[in-house]
Every structure is written in C-alpha cells, then in structure tokens.
Design a protein around this ligand. Sequence first.
Ligand code: DGI
Ligand code: FE
Ligand code: FE
Length: 192
Amino acid sequence: MNREEALAHVREVLPEQRYIHTIGVMETAKALAEKYGENVEQAEMAAILHDMAKHHSRDDMRDIIKKEQMDERLLLFHHELWHAPVGAYLAKVMMAIESQDILNAIRFHTTGRAGMSLLEKIIYLSDFIEPGRKFPEAEEIRKIAFTDLEKAMRKTVKQSISFLMDKKARIFPDTLECYNDLMLQKEKSKYE
Ligand code: DGI
Ligand code: FE
Ligand code: FE
C-alpha cells in the first residue's frame, strides 16, 4: 500500500470535508516529522488513514470491537471513540499496514495513552492543529507544537479533558492516563 493508494481509498470512503481535514493532518504531520526527526512516509501514512473508519456505521464498528476482542470499555463510552481502534484494525486488514507504530498512531489518535511514541504524538497533535481547526486553542497550540512537542501535548490533552468536562461527558481512561503520564514526565524532567 503506497501513499497514493491510501489517499485514493480515503477519498472514496470519506465525505469531502473529512477528506480535506485528512489532507490537513497529513501536511501537519509531515512538517512535524521533519521538525522532530520522525520518518515522513510513516507519518503521512498514519495521517492519511487516521480517520478512515470515521464514517463506518455504529453497528459495524460495535461488531468489529466485539469480534476482534478490543478494549470492551470502548462500548461503554461515546461512539465517537470507536473510529480510532476500528480504523487501526481496518488499516491492518484492508490496507495491509504492518508497522505497529502506524497502527498505534491510528488507534490512539482520539484519546492518546500513557507512553505514546513520537509518531503517536505527531498524529494526535496534527489532528488537533491542522489548518482546518479554527478554534483559538488550536491556533495557540499550533505555534507551540513546532517549538515544544511535550508542552503542546500537555495543552492539547488538558484542552480535550476540559472540553469533555464542560459537556459533562465521561472521560475515557486512556485520555486520563495520557494526561497523568505527560505530567509525570514533566515532573521527572525537572530533576534531570
Ligand atoms: O475524528 P476527529 O473529529 O478528527 O477527531 P477525534 O478523533 O479527536 O475525535 C473527536 C471526538 O471524540 C470529539 O467529539 C470528542 C470525542 N472524544 C475524545 N476523547 C473522548 C471523547 N468523547 C468521550 N466521551 N470521552 C473521551 O475521552
Ligand atoms: Fe478521529
Ligand atoms: Fe481526525
């Protein structure tokens, strides 16, 4: 599966606005990969496929989560979370993606998790700051992402948790573990 084939696939399965978002994530991920020394092809591939399951039906996603014995807690949380692990599954079986790092970047792009790789962070952040995201927090974090990746991660996770709390939504454990891990890394870095 090369870049062009992956792009052709998502162009077919995603509505135009989601495709434009995907291109924005791809360009942002490429720029961040260049900045932080990540493999650009891997970053682009993860970005192209990150939302590939976004328009799958809820029933279809629920079936895949059960059949593939994914984290059962997902089914107790908002269905918006499902497209990330289901996307990783589809990237593996339909698009023949073998890199576990790319698959994890897709799987954890919505919640984050503790112990994220550089590629996972690049995709998580690119999703939040791509040029189509116009809210003030995205503008602010867009600048920080290119100077301090960890600080941009902390701000993005904090923003996501605040957003969910304002809506009185429940917060998926991976999101909270991501926040705790980023804070722990920051505390540790003080003593280095
Ligand atoms: O797929 P995108 O729209 O590009 O972005 P995304 O994959 O970050 O999905 C964002 C949606 O997921 C948004 O509606 C908020 C929701 N979400 C993210 N984390 C959580 C969550 N919803 C719940 N209930 N709990 C979470 O921890
Ligand atoms: Fe998404
Ligand atoms: Fe996205």
